[in-house]
Design a protein around this ligand. Sequence first.
Ligand code: 4AD
Ligand code: MG
Length: 468
Amino acid sequence: MKIRKYSIKELLEKGIFFLKKNVIVEGWIRSFRNSIFISLNDGSTIKNIQIVLLKKLEKETIQKITIGTSVKILGVVKKSLGKQQSIELELLDINIYGEVDLKEFQKTILQPKKHSLEKLRSQAHLRLRTNLFSSIMRIRHHISFSIHKYFHKNGFFYVHTPIITTLNAEGAGKMFQVTTKNKKKNLNEKDFFKCKTYLSVSGQLEAEMASLALGKVYTFGPVFRAENSNTSRHLSEFWMIEPEMAFYHLEENMNLAENFLKFIIQYTIENCIEDLLFLNDHIKKWNQKEETTLLKKLENILKYPFIRISYTEVINILEKSINKKKVNFIHPVNWGLDLQSEHELFLIKKYFKFPIIIFDYPSSIKAFYMRINDDGKTVRAMDILFPEIGEIIGGSQREERYDLLLKRIKNINIDHNELWWYLDSRRFGSVPHSGFGLGMDRLVQFITGMKNIRDVIPFPRTPNHAEF
Ligand code: 4AD
Ligand code: MG
């Protein structure tokens, strides 16, 4: 009879039904204690399976059993006497796939001791093997899956918007140019596309076109920003989820965004509890000052409606807090100026202590495509700010009126000819519509409790860093 191969996750979950059966598992050795107990991990779960070596092995094989070695194990399932696990494998046969270079191993982060996150980043190719990073990556997967699940369940279609574009969808900010020419000969007419092209900063404009045909759509892909922002919340290449809905007004957009975030968090709690508990303990160990546990923080988000407040009210709150000497800011607070992260952090950390949705921002600080309000000064924008993270979602109701959109584009000196197709959509059955962008990496940061965005994506891209 053919012996079946199991993932460690499957075996630990169902193994009690397989008692006395022979099974195969494959993975990397995490520890080898007293020349008897091997801990094996295959990435399918945070948990290791214990393999007990009762059989005498050749000295040559024993020497190869070290941390990091990859192996295939044939074993028989036994009830475990240890408290950690319900079952274990008694080894029948071992096959070594890849040995470990013991001299070089000393320099790697695979060595079982405490390493700083900076050190782990410098070995991004190996850090995925650690408990911390494999946990984060499994959670990241479940978050992605829950996003598709939510939209599918709610009648949205997934559209693939282009990565190479000719436009700056946000109307501002630096982009990465895409060219096949070297600098000297960089004549646009001779370049691959016969025009200047860039890596997209957002799929929104194309998603709008799709929503004006399909109703409710979303994109989920990488976007690129060449800003020199060296912070714990910025990547040069990050993943964004952008739903776009025909016939949605701002209010409905906000309702969707809130419901969507809560769904993802709920789904993650239900499906990633082992990894979340691991991260919970990890954070406690590293930062004893942390006030609340990761799980409590997540559950708390689900309890109440997010606070909704206009930009103008926010400015009032900030001004009052300054006047009452409750806070000091470096950047000025004035109606018309953009909110800086110190202002946002004050609002969510000190003032509200809960997610807030700020809406109706001054038009001068927001993108050209947002719908202008009757006051002529503000636009139907909304940002969602999360504790620890700051802005996690940015969205708006879009300007669907051709004349007003054209005026706005001209006012801020964008070449309207380049946007001809976008403007065109406002001439043939234009409808009120809305959408938003959720920063995937910031969301993973919030859910995993990681302080730096570079630690929630396998291979981060930031200014001066494109290795791996
Ligand atoms: O606010 P942003 O720039 O909005 C847009 O791009 C719109 N086109 C979205 C839309 O309405 N369809 O970006 C949206 C979100 C931010 O709220 C933030 O979470 C994230 O993307 N984000 C970043 N995440 C990581 N690194 C960066 N450099 C980011 N810039 C924005
Ligand atoms: Mg924004």
